[in-house]
Design a binder for this molecule. Structure first.
Ligand SMILES: [Ca+2]
Length: 527
């Protein structure tokens, strides 16, 4: 409150003072920015969205004292390309090599964190996972790292980074507390691996709290435990978020801090992370900013994309992309939503969102990717699988490397091999048609492909036309016959380049990749 009065006084004087002081008045209004991003968390899994088996008081507070977004999407559901979209404000098909996972991050794409560091008086820093995994030698893509403080993790495979203490050390390192800050909090939870059974043994959860297991996995004890172990890691991220909010409150800085809480891609389970369905790209999002968001507590139905974060931050910091050396941004600032008092649909133009992917993890002949482009509008998800002769989650003989190893994955693979059930395998790992269409309002699990239903053909055609027209405007190489550039960019980790060929030649083995179970490698090719 004290800060607001001070700002009002500044603003009132601004018209009467010489230019330098007017600039100082504007500078005083620029908010601090705290961007909190978990690693691999799907949309439904916070208590604010009604999930019973994940408790997220930190996220819920941000939503209650700010805005809860019901339709936020990452354009690309894999760590590196999703984060690259956040820091550049551009879709992954506009990012050259950075459209791929494990890339050499191009020099030309200056991030908002670098731009604010180099061209403004913002104090910029980060802790935990930034834009990763990518190679960007000599650059701090998300600002200077603060990671000295550690703590004993609550379960094996949870990071020992004491994120919240590192945030406070960042705040303490500011020489001038009058200058705004911009901080990136990148938790490595709930990324795998997990301590099996920790959700029950350490989180006090029980498998019967899960009201429903998604229909693309078997409803077994193994899968339910895997889900609870994931939940336990989300709660770890949330505890650090709560501590950061409390620290800001204690320091009297909560009022003018924009806090954005989201994740980078869907849960690390089959048919989620690395795919392009609701559980893959639909992200949790809550934003608070007491000094700048009107009528807090609203729920927003507008479609929002990760490319909208950077332009929001730039606008509030009082700079343009050009001014701080960034390439032009594709996204649009969210500030009209902040300034509105409305709930539901606020900005009419925000009525659709575009998704896409290229190469994620390797595991196909020639290190090619699995190109997809999609559009979501009017409750429909229209998807175009552009090379649907390829294996979506990478080749079976190299263990479907684009799906992280997990008890759930291994159980689904075993069910097919043992002739018990093939439906889950087909949904999670099988080849797909060229087009898919889902009614995500009625079928958020994307189980019922409507593409062959004549009732929907006209709508599907309209969506396809709009998708391609938008992609052409955005100069997507896939729209001009140049799509193979994405397949030809080198995978930045030489140890995994040409994994498929080297596996067949005996150069690497089932243990070499390191992120799937050795038994996930199919002993024989799958037809
Ligand atoms: Ca991730």
């Amino acid at each position: 409150m004290r800060l607001s009065i001070c700002l009002l006084a500044f603003s009132a004087l601004a018209g009467l003072l010489p230019q330098q002081s007017a600039d100082a008045a504007d500078a005083a209004k620029r908010p601090n920015i705290l961007f909190a991003i978990s690693d691999d968390q799907s949309f439904p899994h916070t208590s604010a969205y009604g999930c019973e088996w994940v408790k997220t008081p930190g996220f819920d507070r941000v939503a209650r004292e700010g805005l809860l977004f019901m339709n936020c999407y990452t354009p690309n559901a894999k760590c590196a390309p999703s984060r690259s979209a956040v820091v550049t404000g551009r879709n992954s098909w506009q990012l050259e090599e950075a459209g791929n996972h494990v890339c050499f991050f191009p020099e030309k794409f200056v991030t908002y964190c670098e731009g604010l560091t180099q061209h403004t008086d913002y104090f910029v820093g980060c802790t935990g996972k930034g834009v990763a995994p990518v190679t960007a030698k000599g650059r701090n893509l998300t600002g200077k790292t603060f990671s000295k403080a550690t703590q004993k993790p609550p379960a094996a495979a949870i990071s020992n980074n004491d994120y919240a203490t590192n945030f406070e050390q960042f705040l303490d390192a500011r020489k001038d507390e009058e200058k705004p800050f911009c901080f990136w909090f990148g938790a490595t939870e709930p990324h795998r691996a997990y301590e099996y059974g920790a959700g029950v043994s350490k989180g006090g959860k029980s498998t019967d709290q899960i009201e429903k297991v998604p229909g693309f996995w078997p409803d077994t004890d193994v899968v339910r435990n895997d889900m609870l172990d994931y939940a336990f890691e989300i709660e770890h991220f949330d505890r650090h978020l709560q501590r950061m909010i409390e620290a800001l409150e204690r320091r009297g800085e909560l009022e003018n801090t924009l806090i954005v809480v989201t994740s980078d891609n869907g849960m690390p389970f089959p048919r989620c992370k690395g795919a392009e369905y609701e559980y893959s790209n639909h992200m949790p999002l809550a934003i608070m900013w007491p000094a700048g968001i009107k009528n807090p507590g609203r729920k927003i139905d507008d479609y929002v994309s990760f490319i909208d974060f950077a332009p929001t931050f730039l606008e509030l910091a009082g700079v343009t992309a050009e001014k701080i050396g960034m390439q032009p941004v594709q996204g649009k600032s969210l500030s009209p939503i902040f300034r509105s008092e409305k709930s539901g649909r606020v900005v009419p133009e925000r009525n659709y969102v575009l998704l896409g992917q290229e190469r994620h993890d390797v595991g196909r002949p020639g290190d090619v990717g699995y190109p997809i482009r999609s559009i979501i509008q009017d409750d429909l998800l229209y998807m175009r699988n552009m090379k649907n002769d390829r294996w979506p989650m990478c080749d079976p003989v190299t263990g479907y490397l684009n799906t992280d190893g997990s008890p759930t994955k291994t159980q689904i693979l075993n069910m097919r091999r043992q002739g018990e059930e093939t439906l889950f395998w087909e949904l999670c790992f099988g080849k797909r048609g060229e087009e898919e269409l889902y009614n995500i309002a009625k079928d958020p699990e994307c189980l019922h492909n409507l593409i062959d239903d004549e009732k929907y053909r006209a709508q599907a055609d309209q969506l396809q036309k709009k998708l391609f027209a938008e992609l052409k405007k955005q100069e997507d190489p896939r729209m001009s016959g140049q799509g193979e550039v994405f397949d030809n960019y080198p995978y930045a980790n030489p140890g995994q380049r040409n994994f498929y060929r080297r596996f067949l030649e005996g150069d690497v083995n089932e243990r070499s990749a390191g992120w799937v179970n050795p038994s996930d490698f199919e002993p024989k090719p799958v037809e």
